[in-house]
Write a protein that binds this ligand. Structure first.
Ligand code: ZN
Length: 105
């Protein structure tokens, strides 16, 4: 646990998981303080920043839905739907691997 997580906006360290918001900007997963994320959404970069955080309740809800859709369509004739559904799952796992697992709850 030596790797620190730094905020994309203010460049300061993010110390707790509760203060961490991860989202995608140009398909890259980035980390913010909760306050910085809100400010960033209102700023210029907010135009490109996904206003749906990857972590937290809504992210986890989407994650579960995407997994279910992915599994549901994998056995049908619409396999491409499950491929699309896998993309948010991969983002969610990447967010966890890159940022969330490094922080204490
Ligand atoms: Zn910050």
């Amino acid at each position: 646990m030596s790797k620190a997580v730094y905020c994309e906006k203010c460049s300061k360290e993010i110390k707790f998981r509760g203060d961490l918001v991860t989202a995608t900007i140009f398909f890259v997963v980035v980390a913010y303080h909760e306050d910085c994320y809100v400010k960033e959404l209102k700023g210029f970069r907010g135009l490109f920043l996904d206003n749906q955080p990857l972590n937290g309740f809504s992210g986890n809800f989407l994650f579960v839905m995407a997994v279910l859709v992915g599994i549901g369509f994998a056995f049908g004739s619409l396999k491409w739907v499950s491929i699309i559904a896998v993309i948010p799952v991969l983002y969610r796992l990447f967010s966890f691997y890159k940022f969330e697992r490094l922080l204490e709850k």
